[in-house]
Design a protein around this ligand. Structure first.
Ligand SMILES: Cc1ncc(COP(=O)(O)O)c(C=O)c1O
Length: 459
């Protein structure tokens, strides 16, 4: 397994290092131009960090402030920013071909082969891929294909889901601010509760609950008069990201899959955020026995260059229509080459980034859980691998989510101390760890020290 010393060389040394109040003068200049020239629909915040330079698990702003990045560009920089092997690949591929039109190209076919070889057992070697540049594109395509393959209309998705924000994927996503006032989005979507054990909507506790939430999915899908009479597919994040960094209990995904099979609905795993090694396995669905019919991927697979895709059972390939889903930039040769390199790094057993994510994630979670006993506002610590959620509450007993103002203060405290983090959760009260998998233990510990110090101030 790669050593801490080797990992340290992949990031800037000496983080965090704050040399100006944030935002500094150069960052302020950029921030002033943002509302003039950029759509406000991008993620906001009063004083967001200004990204200028990045290396591994660290980033710098234009004023030279050096941050530890717990976001990994929202789970994108799995192998870290500007990994030396990625840079070499970019240099080599730039000398050959970058844009290749949506036609057959050496890099695209090589990538399709590579992806086939790393899919979960059951799909591996028996699948084909469609390429696009974003997770939303992968999800939109999955939905379109599911309609065609089944001849049915309805899609089942989950409360707390995030599958993108377009008119199809946005209809599956449940955050109000992504949807409200933007209708009509895609019709025929049914939402059901996810396994959110800390806030079980049935008021039950695992394992005594007998997985009531999974049984409810079965009830909706397979009982007459629930209006789920025309279901093409169910789409699920095997570990839910935006909705709060949730890991469903053992047996949940299997029960949901069984419900789909009874109904004849396709099972689509959205691995855009939790995939690419983050969970401690290449795909988070691999912690269960479920073989998905389709798997959406993106973020960490592309890393420094945009690349996403939909991989599905080869059996479906013949039933789809030739030329029905082209994309101008699909499988850009440069992005494809980088994605191949990322896969090689992530699956290299000697480097062991995925195994390490499992080990280091457990260590950090154990530390957070232990500390939470003495910190009033830490309600729950959960996760798997380097996919960790720390849910903050006003009161441990009532579990009332911590308010927006306090969350804002905590995030600002992190930023001013040199740690970049973004929240998630239905009430935006969950601090998420989704750092590059190459982050050193030292940087993870430093970020955690700061988070705990800030949280202790609420005691
Ligand atoms: C699970 C999941 N699916 C889909 C998407 C959409 O991906 P993109 O932003 O690349 O369109 C995201 C983005 O955060 C995601 O987390």
């Amino acid at each position: 397994m790669i050593t801490e010393k080797e990992l340290a060389r992949l990031s800037f040394p000496g983080a965090p290092k704050i040399v100006t109040p944030i935002p500094g003068p150069l960052s302020s200049k950029v921030l002033k131009d943002v509302p003039k020239y950029e759509s406000l629909t991008r993620p906001g915040g009063a004083n967001p960090p200004v990204f200028d330079e990045g290396l591994g698990a660290t980033v710098k702003d234009p004023d030279g402030n050096l941050f530890i990045d717990l976001t990994g560009g929202v789970a994108v920089s799995a192998v870290g920013r500007r990994h030396p092997k990625v840079i070499k690949t970019v240099e080599k591929q730039m000398g050959k071909m970058m844009h290749a039109i949506e036609a057959v190209s050496t890099r695209r076919t090589e990538l399709a082969k590579k992806v086939s070889g790393i899919m979960p057992q059951g799909l591996r070697g028996k699948c084909v891929s469609y390429f696009t540049q974003s997770g939303s594109g992968a999800v939109e395509t999955a939905i379109k294909f599911a309609h065609h393959l089944t001849g049915k209309s309805q899609i089942v998705a989950f409360h707390g889901a995030y599958h993108g924000v377009w008119c199809g994927s946005g209809a599956l996503t449940t955050g109000d601010h992504y949807r409200h006032g933007f209708g009509p989005l895609m019709p025929y979507v049914i939402h059901v509760p996810y396994a959110y054990c800390y806030r079980c909507c049935f008021g039950l506790e695992y394992p005594r609950c007998g997985l009531r939430c999974a049984k409810y999915v079965d009830y909706v899908l397979n009982t007459p008069y629930t209006a789920a009479d025309d279901v093409a597919a169910l789409i699920i994040e095997p570990q839910q990201g935006e909705g709060g960094y949730l890991v469903p209990p053992p047996g949940y995904l299997e029960m949901v899959k069984e419900a789909c099979e009874k109904k004849g609905a396709l099972f689509i795993a959205d691995e855009v955020q939790a995939g690419a090694g983050r969970s401690g396995k290449m795909w988070s669905i691999e912690h269960s026995k479920v073989v998905p019919d389709m798997l959406c991927w993106g973020k960490g697979m592309g890393g420094d260059l945009p690349m996403a895709g939909l991989t599905f059972k080869s059996d479906f390939a013949d039933k789809l229509v030739e030329s029905s889903q082209p994309g101008t930039f699909a499988a850009n040769s440069l992005s494809a080459a980088v994605c191949i390199t990322n896969i090689e790094i992530l699956t290299d057993a000697e480097i062991g980034l995925t195994d390490r994510a499992a080990v280091v994630g457990k260590e950090i979670m154990a530390r957070l859980k232990e500390a939470s006993g003495k910190i009033r506002i830490i309600g729950d610590v959960r996760g798997r691998g380097l996919f960790i959620g720390v849910e903050l509450v006003k009161d441990k007993k009532t579990r009332e989510p911590l308010g927006g103002e306090q969350m804002g203060n905590i995030l600002a405290g992190l930023l001013n101390g040199g740690v970049i983090a973004v929240p998630c959760g239905r009430c935006h009260n969950v601090i998420r760890y989704m750092p590059p998998l190459v982050i050193t233990r030292e940087y993870l510990e430093k970020a955690t020290d700061l988070l705990l110090d800030i949280c202790r101030k609420f005691n």
